[in-house]
Design a protein around this ligand. Structure first.
Ligand code: 5AD
Length: 350
């Protein structure tokens, strides 16, 4: 163990600066990476033990009114067959998830104006009436008033990634959108009492390591409850087609840095990461779980999963929800992890 590096790691915990973070993002020595991962691993151990939270992901609509340059769901992608689950299907899938062992469902979609706030309110209330489960919304930007109504109807968490906080890059990649509104949404969602998740993509064309360091400091200043960072993956039917993918070492470093900066945050291993990882058991790779404590398996039906094509080769899961949940739990157990049975709110989960 190098005491100089330990001093730097301790500084990250106390008062991290951009250059402290950049040191670990630019480092060329494998031994320093290992110290970083192990340091994060000890923190994860202390806060979440060997528990992993599974969140059932319901991708309920791939319609999107936005035209983000990286995303395969962007509105001008005419190659994509669009679908929308009905409120009844969303409710039934959520109930099935709860009965299969999930303590959280994540309702995710493109920014689809078809669903009104009242539709969401009805869906959330119907799920909560039937089963004991936390609901995370990942439905994009809404008005402050809508956030309030969604919270009042019983939604627990809100996931709204800002993707990059580099203002120039944000402007170029997200036409017609405002970084200011995105960030003020995150603050408002926190204020309303949601557990709030955000995150970025890593390796976006034109993204600097300095901007990534700033993103990490921003996560901390927003006091996020969940931080999801995965690699950028190019999609043929987007303006960024042909650009290289994000690098998995960068992803692993960022997960570890997030764990150190916000020790009790929920940190998922993103699906995007498992797409790039060629290891057979990619999603269970122990080194990533040194920092991460959350997995978000996609729930059936599979015909929708195929169309929720944000980036290519997204992993699909088929079959019975309960069997799949149990299979995952068994597999994780063989790696020394247990699937947590509590809701998995942010904080120490005993
Ligand atoms: N590669 C990797 N991740 C992507 N996302 C969107 N497009 C891509 C891409 N091409 C991520 C964004 C978004 C989440 C649902 O998927 O971070 O928030």
């Amino acid at each position: 163990m190098n005491s100089n590096i330990q001093i730097k790691l301790n500084r990250l915990r106390n008062k991290a600066t951009q250059s402290d973070i950049l040191f670990f993002l630019t480092n060329q020595e494998n031994a320093i990476d290992q110290e970083l991962y192990n340091f994060a691993g000890k923190i994860r151990e202390k806060y979440t033990g060997n528990r992993i939270h599974l969140r059932g992901l319901i991708e309920f609509s791939n319609y999107c009114s936005r035209s983000c340059h990286y995303c395969g769901l962007h509105r001008f992608n005419k190659n994509l067959q669009r679908y929308r689950m009905s409120p009844e299907e969303i409710i039934a899938t959520s109930i099935q998830a709860a009965r299969s062992g999930y303590r959280t469902v994540v309702l995710q979609s493109g920014e689809d104006p078809y669903f009104s706030i009242q539709d969401y309110v009805k869906i959330i209330r119907a799920i909560k009436r039937e089963v004991d489960i936390k609901i995370t919304l990942a439905i994009g930007e809404k008005s402050f008033d809508s956030y309030r109504l969604l919270k009042a109807s019983g939604a627990d968490r809100y996931l709204l990634k800002h993707e990059t906080s580099d203002p120039d890059l944000y402007r170029r990649l997200n036409p017609g959108m405002s970084l200011e509104y995105r960030l003020s949404s995150l603050r408002e969602l926190k204020r309303l009492g949601f557990q709030v998740g955000s995150g970025i993509m890593l390796g976006l064309p034109g993204q600097s390591l300095a901007s990534i360091a700033d993103d990490l400091l921003l996560f901390k200043s927003l006091d996020l409850d969940m931080i999801g960072c995965g690699p950028y993956i190019p999609h043929d039917h987007t303006p960024l087609a042909g650009q290289p993918s994000g690098d998995l070492t960068l992803v692993q470093r960022v997960l570890a840095l997030n764990r150190i900066l916000i020790p009790d945050a929920n940190i998922p291993l993103t699906t995007a990461q498992t797409v790039l990882d060629t290891a057979a058991d990619a999603i269970y790779r122990q080194d990533f779980f040194k920092s991460a404590n959350v997995l978000m398996p996609r729930l059936p039906p599979i015909e929708y999963q195929e169309k929720y094509n944000i980036y290519p080769n997204k992993k699909r899961y088929d079959g019975n929800t309960a069997n799949y949940f149990n299979g995952l739990a068994k597999q994780l157990k063989s790696y020394g992890y247990t699937v947590a049975s509590d809701y998995g709110d942010r904080g120490i989960s005993a």
